[in-house]
Design a binder for this molecule. Sequence first.
Ligand code: NAD
Length: 455
Amino acid sequence: MTGTLEVLEPATEAVLEEVPRAGVEETDAAVARARAALPPWRAMAPADRARLLHRLADALESEREQLAVLEARNAGKPIGDARGEMGMVVDTFRYYAGAPERLLGDTIPVAGGVAMTFREPLGVVGLIVPWNFPLTIAAWKLAPALAAGNTVVLKPAELTPLTALRFEQIALEAGVPEGVVGVVAGPGRSCGQRLVEHPHVAKVAFTGSTEVGRGIAAGAASTIKRVTLELGGKSANVVFADADIERAAAAALPAAFGNAGQDCCARSRILVERSAMEDFLAALEPHVNALRVGDPLDESTEMGPLISAGQRESVASYLEDGAPVAMRGSAPDGPGYWFPPTVLAPVEREARAAAEEIFGPIACVMPFDGEADAVALANDTIYGLSGSVWTRDGARALRVARAIETGVLSINSNTSVRVATPFGGFKQSGVGRELGPHALDHYSELKSVYYATDE
Ligand code: NAD
């Protein structure tokens, strides 16, 4: 171990816990343990592996409240949101607990014999996750990877390692064999990079920034590692004039400011048909002013602090570029990395705030003129992760939903993520899909076997 990691509480700036800081050596040791644990884990009867994953889900469920409090304090998120996230963690393990017995292959008619396909595990999989939804995003990778017969080494973000470290213990207590799940809490440049380069790691599943994702894709090339990437976003929330403007405005708020805007799915570009602009802004303002920003452990809190001083500085820099501040909610004074919910309107298409992922509670409202302009503006980004369309015209809703280049889209709703549906990005928002049945394809290799039957 190379010293300790001081884990802070963003709402108070105080040290919440100190944990040993892992480095390259610990990462290599975790990979070696995962490699040793692989043969019995992949050979385990599918029903037994399924039972273990159910037991793990039960153990997580019985510790849901403690995990939620830990996540709320460490990531600075409202306790109600943290409880919801831990519910999703449990649901994700339950969903994939059904998978070991359903990893089906095909039989394929060919001449002279029988061809069949099998889904084989990849081996040791490295999981690298960010700080915004620490255990939730880890669970999206852990559950399908384990269900498909892989062993894993998880690297949480340095700022938020606590629920991942607790998860490692819970897995052991639930009966998951030693070595099947390893956690290395350390820097990206040592632990993360080592997982990417390690010759005995078959795949890296990464969630984080597009910038780091580019480096991971490049680093994985030398060993032809499998890679899935869930990266940044700058999603559009498209509101047509014929929509229920009150509902769209109320829903725009959590979609932009949920998790203090530190959400890859944040619909941070609110595109409003010009004729409805005035009504939309008037409907939005009371919600912004009423948003309760404060102590994450207070049951009534709707938005917490940002994750760090550096993140607050980066977010604040987007106010320096001259886009008009149309609304500003309130936030506590320090200590804590607070930032008030802020709406910029109208924002020019060329503005930096309109192009870059801010990853904080700043939303840009931009006018458009008609359907073609709405689609062009929504697609005017390097990203393509989520998005929404609000209209009462069903045919238009589907036309626009199909035309927007994005991995996830909702109509008359701002939701992005469900355990049973695929999640992932178009363009520079990523490669591959998580959740739903398709995630299992990314944690297994397809093998064809031919059995000659001709005499
Ligand atoms: P980040 O890219 O800085 O870090 C993510 C993880 O990668 C951390 O664990 C970090 O330690 C590790 N890392 C950093 N450098 C590395 C390297 N050289 N090699 C290997 N690992 C390295 O991202 P962040 O600041 O923690 O999270 C915010 C970003 O994550 C945002 O851009 C956000 O959009 C994105 N995100 C995407 C999704 C999605 O599903 N698409 C979900 C959540 C967050």
